[in-house]
Design a protein around this ligand. Structure first.
Ligand SMILES: C[S@@+](CC[C@H](N)C(=O)[O-])C[C@H]1O[C@@H](n2cnc3c(N)ncnc32)[C@H](O)[C@@H]1O
Ligand code: SF4
Length: 456
């Protein structure tokens, strides 16, 4: 009883707007001053020279179109049923890639491609083939290359799966979210279980080595029964990985989320209970908890990387590849050049026009200071390994950070020892909060809080 009370207090205390830390500094805290296309291309060129030969590079391609809006969605999307948008969009991406190619002084070695969205499978298999084969022209593949894409179970066809597999894609993640009819109706995403079953069977038959599902807890009208039922059903299909995301409620940024009332959402403690139900069932079914809402079976590369302390986190979330240069192509795409970040225009038309005119479509960026680089390392260690070594800790710690960590130690969510800091099992739900202790840019940019969803 006492334990339940103190857990409830912690949930209340830490259920505040907090970043997901797919970058540090987080996008709302970037300092855009002095950032130009030229500065960015210099960074890209430097990082490419330093790392391409050994590590290769990553490409993230944002394909924003969806045929209808799922009202809960927080991704950058463009809703349309008009498929004439496909060709001009791909032409812009290829032109953007040409700009980057000109800055490379040797042949790029491609380590990773991820097609995200939106819905990549909005595009026809033929157009996806054109896009990928053009990007891969005159490049080398890294021996451990990993190509993955996000597929909507309702529109991913056998032809999509086969075409992408033939191009080297072996990982696919399907958006599932929830299988309950009332929840699906409320979020405007009717997706029968049989579609998921069929697309999973097809992907396996073709040879995909890792199939991942996205689930969400905290959606309108979810309750312990609906979440339990969804998990039981998806467990019959045994996906290799599961992302069990906390629903990000940001209606002031995503007005679609006003399609239901705040009162329809499970409250903080119920929301956490829904997560615990899911987690319990997943662990019982032999999934391992990787951290920040991710689970994987033991044979999956994500778990292997986690166990070997080789997990990495970037704008795509957790990844097993640790490249220094991630180039984001497409509207809203974010790039990480190790010493700087950059983001493209979010609106499709603006993106296409800027690419036509300048070959790049950047709207903002940030050059990392030496201190930013240290803090980024700290946040990566905590989010990927649940710990922070003493050497790094000593380089960033100050009185405020130490006080916050000592409080957290008293609350039982981490402990401090001669080797540094370790997150406890009870502290796992609060990883985002622990990372935020080190986030001095957020502390001094209080106006950015509205950009983040709540931590729990
Ligand atoms: C680009 S979508 C996945 C691919 C495809 N469009 C689909 O819906 O199946 C990326 C994922 O982001 C997650 N997501 C989107 N909006 C979210 C929100 N408000 N809170 C938490 N996760 C969200 C969902 O799990 C979704 O599957
Ligand atoms: S959840 Fe997927 S299909 Fe639905 S609007 Fe978002 S990106 Fe599009």
């Amino acid at each position: 009883m006492e334990r339940n009370n103190s857990q409830a207090l912690l949930l209340r205390k830490y259920d505040v707007p907090t970043p997901r830390y797919t970058s540090y500094p987080t996008v709302p805290c970037w300092d855009n001053s002095g950032f130009t296309n030229e500065t960015w291309l210099d960074v890209v060129s430097r990082t490419f020279d330093e790392s391409n030969h050994e590590k290769g590079i990553s490409l993230y391609i944002h394909l924003p179109f969806c045929e209808s809006l799922c009202t809960y969605c927080a991704c950058t999307t463009r809703i349309t049923k008009n498929h004439n948008v496909e060709i001009p969009y791909i032409q812009a991406i290829l032109k953007e890639w040409e700009t980057y190619r000109k800055t490379f002084r040797s042949k790029p070695i491609i380590r990773e491609i991820h097609l995200g969205g939106g819905t990549p499978t909005f595009f026809s298999p033929m157009n996806l083939q054109w896009l990928i084969s053009y990007l891969l022209e005159d490049t080398d593949l890294h021996p451990d290359y990993e190509f993955s894409f996000e597929g909507h179970p309702n529109n991913t066809t056998q032809e999509h799966l086969q075409t992408l597999f033939d191009l080297g894609f072996t990982r696919v993640s399907f958006g599932v979210q929830d299988l309950n009819e009332r929840v699906q109706q409320t979020i405007n995403r009717i997706q029968p279980f049989k579609n998921l079953e069929q697309v999973t069977r097809l992907a396996r038959a073709i040879g995909y080595k890792s199939i991942s599902y996205d689930l969400i807890y905290g959606l309108p009208f979810q309750d312990p029964f609906t979440v339990s039922d969804t998990i039981d059903k998806i467990l019959t299909l045994k996906p290799d990985r599961i992302a069990f995301y906390s629903y990000a409620h940001v209606p002031w940024i995503k007005p679609g989320q006003r399609g239901y009332e705040d009162a329809d959402l499970p409250s903080g403690s119920l929301k956490r209970h829904l997560y615990e139900i899911g987690r319990f069932k997943l662990l019982k079914a032999d999934y391992e908890d990787i951290g920040m809402d991710h689970f994987a079976l033991r044979h999956d590369a994500l778990f292997q990387a986690h166990r070997a302390h080789k997990l990495h986190r970037n704008f795509m979330g957790y990844t097993i590849t640790n490249t220094d240069l991630l180039i984001g192509l497409g509207a809203s795409a974010i790039s990480d050049g190790k010493y700087a970040y950059a983001q493209n225009s979010k609106k499709v038309e603006e993106y296409i026009t800027q690419i036509k005119n300048n070959g790049l479509a950047l709207i903002k960026g940030h050059i990392l200071s030496d201190h930013d680089m240290l803090v980024r390392q700290c946040i990566l260690q905590i989010s990927c390994r649940g710990e922070l070594n003493d050497d790094l800790l000593q380089q960033v710690v100050n009185a405020d950070i130490l006080n916050a960590l000592v409080d957290m130690e008293r609350e039982g969510i981490l402990y401090l020892y001669s080797g540094g800091l370790k997150v406890t099992t009870a502290g796992a739900p609060f990883i985002r909060n622990i990372c935020s202790v080190f986030d001095e840019r957020m502390k001094s940019n209080t106006g950015t809080h509205t950009a983040y969803s709540r931590a729990i």
